[in-house]
Write a protein of this length. Structure first.
Length: 464
C-alpha cells in the first residue's frame, strides 16, 4: 500500500513538473530559483515538506530512505507477529514453545528489549510450574439442551430429557464455576503414558501454582435419542474448520452454532485460554450402531437427522481407505472427527452398541464382536482410539480375558463410572480412571457429589 501511495504521488509530481516546464522557464527568466520552483510545485500537489528539497520526483537518496523505512516496518511487523504468537502459546502455559518461538528471531531482532522481557517472563512461568500429586477428577456430560421450554414441555420425552440431560445454561455456569475455583483442563494422555515396552507410566503433571487438574468429556455423541424440534441439537457439523452443533429453533429455522458441549467448551477456552493447560480439550466418546455425531453408518438404522445418498461400502472394508467409497454421512463423520482431533479433542470408543460390557452381561465372543465392530466400522472414520468409556460404568474384570483383548486392540485408557469418587490406577499396560456423570438425575438427587466443583442450587435451570 505504501509503494502504491508513493508511486501515485510521484506520478502526480512528474505530471506537475512536466506541466510546470514552461512555467519554470518563465520563472527562470524572472530569476526564480529551483528551490522556489520546487516549493511552488510541491504546494500545488500537496507534498510540501514531504520530500528532500521538495523534489517532485524520487531522488536516489529518497529511494534509499524509503527502502530503509520499508525494511524497518517489515522488521517491526515480524517482531510483533513473533511476540503475539509466543504470547498466545504462553497463555496456555506452553512456555517452552513460546521461548522456542522467540528464538526464531536472529541478529538485532533477537536483541529487542520486548523479546528479552518476554523470554524472561516465560522462563519464570515455566520454572514456577509445580508437580501435582492429588486426585484428578473427570466430569462426564450427556447431550445438552438448548431450549428447556421445548424439551420440558410435558410430552412423552420430557421426563427422559430432565433425567438424562443438562441444559446449555447449566453447563456454561458449571464451566464458569470450575474456572473461578481454579480448575484447569488437562488431557488424559498427560496423566499417564504408554511406554514403548508396553508399560503404562504415570507422568509428572506440572501445573501453575494454585491450579487443580480436571478432565472433561461428553458421552456417546450420536443424537439418536433426540427428537428434532425439542430444543436440542441433532448433529454436529463443521463450519470454517470449527465443529458446531446443528439446531432447529422455535420458529423452525435450522441453525449451527454453540448449541452443545463441544462448541461451547471451545468458545469458553477461546475466551479463557488459561482454563486449558497446553491447549487441552475434552474427550468425546462414540459408539456406532445408532450412528456417530448424528449421522448414519451403512446398514445400522437411523441416527440424528441425515440420510444416505449413496450405498457405499462398510467403513471397515478393504476399500475404506478411499473416501470415494464412503457414503455422504461417513464423509461427514470423518470430517468432524478430523476437525475435533486437529483442535486437540480425543475420541474414545464406547463400544459398537453402547451396551453393558461387564462379564455378567457379555460372553467373551460377544465382547470381542463389540470391540471388533467398532474397530472395523467406526475407527476408519474417527481414527484409532486408545480410550474406552465403559457404557453405564459396567467394567470388565481386572485382570481377565476381556481386559487382555482391550489392551491388544490398543484401548489402554479405561474409564469407568463412579458417582462421587475420583480414582485412577496404573495397571499392567493400562490406566483405569473413574468418571462422575453429570445429568439431571444426579443434579437433583446427588448434588453433594459436585460440591467441590460448583453449587448445584446456584445453577440449576429454573425450567426444570
Amino acid at each position: 500500500m505504501m509503494r502504491r501511495a508513493h508511486s501515485t504521488t510521484f506520478r502526480k509530481a512528474a505530471a506537475a513538473a512536466a506541466a510546470a516546464g514552461l512555467a519554470a522557464a518563465v520563472l527562470g527568466l524572472s530569476g526564480c530559483s529551483r528551490k522556489q520552483m520546487n516549493y511552488q510545485i510541491a504546494e500545488a500537489i500537496g507534498t510540501d515538506g514531504k520530500y528532500e528539497n521538495n523534489e517532485p520526483v524520487e531522488t536516489p537518496k529518497m529511494k534509499e530512505q524509503r527502502a530503509a523505512q520499508e525494511q524497518s516496518e517489515s522488521e517491526e511487523q515480524n517482531v510483533s507477529q513473533i511476540l503475539q504468537t509466543a504470547a498466545n502459546q504462553a497463555a496456555g502455559y506452553n512456555y517452552e514453545e513460546a521461548i522456542a518461538t522467540l528464538n526464531t528471531l536472529s541478529g538485532n531482532l533477537a536483541l529487542d528489549s520486548r523479546v528479552a522481557e518476554a523470554r524472561k517472563q516465560y522462563e519464570a512461568g515455566d520454572a514456577a510450574l509445580t508437580a501435582w500429586d492429588g486426585d484428578i477428577p473427570h466430569l462426564c456430560f450427556p447431550t445438552l439442551i438448548e431450549d428447556p421450554s421445548r424439551a420440558f414441555d410435558g410430552d412423552s420425552l420430557s421426563d427422559t430429557y430432565k433425567s438424562t440431560m443438562v441444559t446449555t445454561d447449566e453447563f456454561k455456569a458449571m464451566l464458569q464455576s470450575l474456572y473461578e475455583n481454579n480448575y484447569i483442563l488437562v488431557d488424559i494422555h498427560s496423566i499417564a503414558k504408554l511406554q514403548s515396552e508396553g508399560d503404562m507410566e504415570l507422568q509428572t503433571l506440572r501445573l501453575p501454582s494454585g491450579k487443580k487438574p480436571i478432565v472433561l468429556s461428553q458421552d456417546n455423541v450420536d443424537y439418536s435419542s433426540v427428537k428434532n424440534g425439542d430444543g436440542i441439537a441433532t448433529a454436529l457439523t463443521v463450519e470454517d474448520g470449527a465443529v458446531k452443533a446443528k439446531y432447529t429453533d422455535a420458529d423452525g429455522h435450522d441453525l449451527s452454532g454453540d448449541y452443545d458441549l463441544i462448541p461451547i467448551l471451545d468458545s469458553f477456552i477461546a475466551e479463557h485460554p488459561d482454563f486449558s493447560f497446553r491447549e487441552a480439550r475434552g474427550i468425546v466418546s462414540v459408539s456406532g450402531k445408532n450412528g456417530v455425531f448424528g449421522y448414519r453408518l451403512p446398514d445400522t438404522g437411523s441416527a440424528g437427522s441425515s440420510s444416505e445418498s449413496e450405498s457405499g461400502n462398510q467403513a471397515g472394508s478393504s476399500s475404506a481407505n478411499s473416501t470415494a467409497s464412503y457414503t455422504d454421512d461417513q464423509k461427514k463423520i470423518a470430517e468432524i472427527a478430523k476437525s475435533l482431533t486437529d483442535e486437540g479433542w480425543s475420541i474414545a470408543s464406547a463400544g459398537w452398541s453402547h451396551s453393558y460390557m461387564n462379564d455378567a452381561s457379555m460372553t467373551t465372543d460377544q465382547f470381542r464382536q463389540e470391540i471388533d465392530s467398532w474397530e472395523s466400522k467406526v475407527a476408519p472414520l474417527t481414527g484409532k482410539a486408545d480410550i474406552l468409556f465403559f457404557p453405564y460404568g459396567a467394567e470388565v474384570s481386572y485382570p481377565g480375558d476381556s481386559l487382555s483383548y482391550l489392551l491388544e486392540n490398543g484401548l489402554v485408557y479405561l474409564c469407568g463410572l463412579w458417582g462421587d469418587t475420583d480414582y485412577k490406577e496404573i495397571g499392567d499396560g493400562y490406566m483405569r480412571m473413574t468418571r462422575r456423570f453429570v445429568d439431571g438425575y444426579s443434579l437433583k438427587n446427588a448434588p453433594d457429589n459436585f460440591s467441590s466443583f460448583f453449587d448445584v442450587s446456584d445453577l440449576i435451570d429454573k425450567n426444570r
